[in-house]
Ligand binder design. Structure first.
Ligand code: HEM
Ligand code: SF4
Length: 552
């Protein structure tokens, strides 16, 4: 993976010392909270409902074991013994004391990590497919490009004060596991007819109060033009984005108001002007970065593993886990493994420091020391020998990390909601926990099949509810928590926004409502091979609405 050079290291260290002095001045009363606010946000420090929160960047969700152990240690020493992995592949600590944050950042810098640009109106963490470099369906590893984008965007002087935050995601496989169509820029790696690598470019996707799936800006962008084209998009956005109204400031609103053709023409014009300048990416530069992501030393193995086969036959618990939580690898004899951070009844995305340490050990033992964070708030070991799956499973089981539910009904995304967030209208976590308990049985989950439930505690949509197969949005109704349900959203290559079913449900009704929706699907589907989303797309809202609210 990418290694900092001397410049990177000195730079990050200098930023830590600068922030240490700012914190000192805040604690000494020399800065008011209001004066301190922009300074802390530039270092990933938010003020939540009860305490500060620190958001740490995990570029394209890739970590090494040493970095994960550092995160575990920080959780143990400076927080309450756990951390929270987010939908943008970052990690958040919910309870750091402000006085400790400079020390935390020092520890992070020692392992080439930081919290810069995890907040503010700048280009945020660039995210990527969590199976990058491993997936059988991959065209090319997206991480070298993500790293190039990261280097270009980190403290880019022109783009440090955009109208609003800006999120980029990149997928190297046709099946989109990075939700690129709900990002400000979504990049899909493709090959053209001549076999050259390039990008299909999407722009203006986003959730929040005015959700949009992205517009298709370009079919094929040559590799060498990646930065110039992104720069052109950002320039147009920076110039024309609505700075007058925070709620209309994202690029999705510019796209919506100005129209695709206008924006495309402006971007292309700017691109033509700058494409042959300093931002041109010679192939050598790409190769230099790609070398950091060179595949590990895979063994020469048969595609099938006898050890896995006999464990499957002997142990149904292993078989269920292997079915749900392993993913095809491009190299014979290997698999990618999802380590679910969604135990039944648990808090989605939370991992204790002990669990992080264990995952780091397992990554060293079975996964070339590499860990991924998925935007589904799970951890991944990308390259595991199929022969090692039974042993890995046994160790995960002992640590409570073997929940066999990747992609199933209890693999719920939930934002922090009213348990932490100052903007929330309703709680998200307890709703996720209650749904997870209701559907906890492994047999029932397997029967239901792939189903993405996503919950947000307010219209900002941090829990991606619009693109949940079942989305749940917390709303405040005269001081009471209510939940509005949407159905049919999706964040993959068939991205769509869910349809609102009708009036919301109270806290005690909402789990029952989800169950009614699931039961309706089970009753109406053509067979187990028809997924919830496919069935919804065939049936439409009507039968679900009738089941929820009775005949109109
Ligand atoms: C301190 C707590 C948080 C605050 C104050 C906050 C605030 C916001 C706001 C204001 C938006 C709307 C942005 C817009 O429409 O322009 C938003 C969206 C979002 N937030 Fe958060 N958030 C918080 C925590 C989180 C957490 C914990 C996550 C990840 C687990 C997260 C991930 C996201 C995502 C993915 C979006 C959707 C952005 C989009 O596609 O437009 N946020 N957040
Ligand atoms: S969706 Fe709303 S409640 Fe949930 S974290 Fe985002 S801002 Fe907070």
């Amino acid at each position: 993976m990418y290694r900092y050079d001397e410049f990177d290291q000195q730079f990050v260290q200098a930023r830590v010392e600068q922030f240490r002095d700012q914190v000192r001045r805040r604690l000494a009363g020399e800065l008011t909270e209001e004066q301190f606010r922009p300074l802390r946000l530039m270092n990933g420090v938010y003020l939540q409902l009860h305490a500060y929160m620190l958001r740490i960047a995990i570029p394209y969700g890739t970590l090494n074991a040493r970095q994960l152990r550092t995160l575990a240690r920080i959780g143990r020493v400076y927080d309450k013994g756990y951390g929270h992995f987010t939908t943008r592949q970052n990690l958040q600590f919910n309870w750091p004391a402000l006085k400790d944050v400079p020390d935390i950042l020092t520890e992070l810098a020692a392992v080439e990590m930081h919290a810069i640009q995890t907040s503010g109106n700048c280009i945020r963490n660039v995210t990527a497919d969590h199976f990058a470099g491993a997936a059988a369906d991959e065209i090319a590893d997206p991480r070298p490009y993500a790293e190039i984008l990261r280097q270009w965007s980190s403290l880019h002087p022109e783009f440090s004060f955009l109208p609003r935050k800006f999120k980029v995601a990149i997928s190297g496989a046709r099946h989109d596991r990075a939700a690129i169509r709900v990002h400000d820029i979504g990049l899909q790696i493709v090959r053209n007819a001549a076999g050259e690598l390039g990008f299909e470019v999407f722009v203006g996707g986003g959730l929040g109060r005015t959700p949009f799936t992205a517009w298709h800006l370009r079919d094929f962008l040559p590799e060498e033009d990646l930065l110039a084209y992104c720069e052109a998009i950002l320039r147009v956005y920076n110039l024309y984005g609505r700075r007058d109204n925070k709620y209309k400031a994202r690029i999705k609103i510019l796209m919506h108001e100005a129209g695709l053709d206008t924006v495309r023409a402006q971007v292309e014009e700017e691109f033509e002007r700058i494409r042959d300048g300093v931002l041109k990416l010679p192939h050598g530069d790409i190769e230099r970065i790609a070398a950091y992501f060179a595949p590990p030393a895979f063994a020469d193995l048969p595609a099938e593993s006898a050890a896995e086969r006999s464990a499957r036959a002997a142990d149904p618990v292993f078989a269920a886990w292997a079915d749900a939580n392993t993913h095809p690898h491009r190299v014979p004899g290997y698999a990618s493994v999802t380590i679910s951070l969604k135990p039944v009844g648990g808090i989605p995305g939370d991992a204790t420091s002990d669990q992080m340490d264990l995952v780091a050990d397992l990554a060293d033992a079975y996964g070339f020391g590499e860990i991924r964070v998925s935007h589904m708030q799970n951890l991944i070991l990308a390259h595991v020998k199929r022969d090692d799956l039974p042993a890995l499973h046994a160790k995960l089981l002992a640590a409570g990390l073997a929940t066999p539910n990747a992609g199933l009904v209890t693999d719920i995304i939930a934002c922090p909601g009213l348990d932490y967030c100052a903007l929330a209208n309703a709680r998200s976590i307890p709703v996720a926990q209650a749904i997870s308990e209701r559907f906890g049985s492994a047999a029932r989950q397997a029967e239901i099949g792939p189903l993405a439930i996503k919950i947000s505690g307010c219209i900002n949509a941090c829990g991606h509810h619009h693109v949940g197969h079942i989305g749940i949005l917390g709303v405040d109704k005269k001081g009471e928590e209510f939940y509005q349900i949407t159905i049919g959203g999706s964040a993959d290559e068939t991205a769509s926004l869910g349809d609102i079913t009708g009036r919301g449900f109270s806290t005690h009704e909402v789990v029952g409502a989800v169950e009614t929706i699931v039961d309706t699907y089970l009753a109406e589907r053509t067979g187990p091979e028809e997924t919830f989303l496919a069935a919804y797309r065939r049936l439409g809202l009507k039968p679900f609405k009738e089941a929820l609210y009775g005949q109109a």
